[in-house]
Design a protein around this ligand. Sequence first.
Ligand code: GLN
Length: 194
Amino acid sequence: MTTIGVLGLQGAVREHVRSIEACGAQAVVIKKAEQLKQVDGLIMPGGESTTMRRLIDLYGFMEPMRTFAQAGKPMFGTCAGLILLAKDLVGYDEPHLGVMDVLVERNSFGRQKESFEANLDVTGLAEPYNAVFIRAPHIVSAGPSTQVLAMHNDRIVLARDGQFLGCSFHPELTEDHRLTKYFVEMVESAPVSV
Ligand code: GLN
């Protein structure tokens, strides 16, 4: 069975586990870097990217996660997770993992609109997708290898760069599991490196 890890350092972990299981895959909460070897794909949840980065450094996750990415294994960054994946961040000299070819800006939907929902037209999904945004980042620009999959008010909020999928919103907070399913299928069709 396809096994998908959820980075379990901080943030909306349990909800992702539920969503993965609803899609018929096996979920593993990743609390130690060694556990990355057991999974075929990794979801990095929403939460607070600065806190998650501190914990990534504290528990020695940075190199194992880069190795995971270099092995071609799919990674899905949701909200704070997207910030961790991005190659470039507005206002920062250095990225975190820096693997997905996008420029991301944090907290970019304004304070008065800290959280909101919006119906998105998503490439590949037949019906609109109701997305929950919480102090969300957005993708300012995407590199040539990156496919834009959804926009909200002229801003990119979902994109895929090969093995990397990133979104501004929280796909795990509703009963609509289509995006998790999309990622599970990415993992199932990824070339297996032995
Ligand atoms: N604002 C958070 C950050 O900068 C992200 C918010 C979220 O993941 N819901 O990391």
